[in-house]
Ligand binder design. Sequence first.
Ligand code: PMP
Ligand code: GLN
Length: 387
Amino acid sequence: ITSKLPSVGTTIFTTMSQLALEYKAINLGQGFPDFNPDPALIEAVHQAMLDGINQYPAMAGYPALRAAIANKTLARYGHCYNVDTEITVTSGATEALMASFQAFVHAGDEVIVIEPFYDLYIPAIELAGGIPVTVPMTAPSEPVPYYRVDWERVEKAITNKTRMLVINFPHNPTCTLLQPQDLDALEQIVEKHPLIILSDEVYEHLTFDQKEHLSLATRPRLAERAVIVSSFGKTFHATGWKVGYCCAPAILSTEIRKVHQYTVFTVPSPLQAGLAAYMQDPATWERLPAFYQEKRDHLHQGLQNTRFTPMPSEGTFFLLASYENISELSELDFAKYLNQNYGVGAIPVSAFYLEPNSAQANHRLLRFCFAKQHNTLDQAIERLKKV
Ligand code: PMP
Ligand code: GLN
């Protein structure tokens, strides 16, 4: 057969998780918690099943969950999405992203993606017949120790074929947040160019040091052309449930739902009903920054007692650490070496680049996930001290 995605193999997350299993490594690679969701959430799902919420829910999502999402979005970002026409519950953020690409990208359309990028975007664009155009972030350097988007470069990459711009903040894998000036720059860009913005905000609740996530929903001129994607997997420690959603103006949501109804049609009803009941209390998400900041600090401090150099993490449940004092291996080779010889799994950041083997993609950085119990982080740190 002729593959539609000839350059796609197994994702780095699966590859590194398999390797971690094989070598009985502590897996700080693929992003998932090693602890359960809140028992109250599990109870709410169980109760929904007992209450008979076990058949197909509405195609666009269980109404009470859409209402809970609308309330949360209004409370946090000040934007009022219509429950009936603008919010769609999807099979994880993954399906919302894939459905958006399928719905909006026509053959030959260009889609701008900021590099490094989450691995799904490029194959999804290609499957839709689109052409990915990558724009590199500026690397950290004094006095700005963070990766940032160079909006001038983004604007220069726009042509009359550009259909969409994909952004992802809090950013996986660089762990950075949007600043107000980023949203200003985006507003100026969309004023001149008729783009759809696909905004992957799955880590919206995981921000640290009193910094807030600046959703595109906070700016009406951005919200009117954005598809905002989120994930309950990240928010409520349930990555295996695969429940996410997207918020977009009705004219966009209508198109996304055309794909959604023929991909999965709908998402498990008891999970949706349980999430809706659980979300009635805003504390369920308001406590997340403090909860994860403590874990971030724990791993960051632990790594300072190793030969790794941890970088600041403003958000997500990851942090990057440099091994430039340890090895000259490429990131992939070093990640495998670490896994096999020291029993700690991590993700090479080069996997988030178009050319993972290039020098440009290899900065001797690994991504570590700190969505783990203290004990797991402590064990990993002990092993990393030996490297
Ligand atoms: N976008 C980003 C940036 C992610 O990191 C992930 C998950 N790791 C997803 C989307 C997919 O989310 P979900 O598991 O809800 O499909
Ligand atoms: N998003 C997760 C990560 O960045 C991985 C999800 C997956 O394995 N597809 O680690």
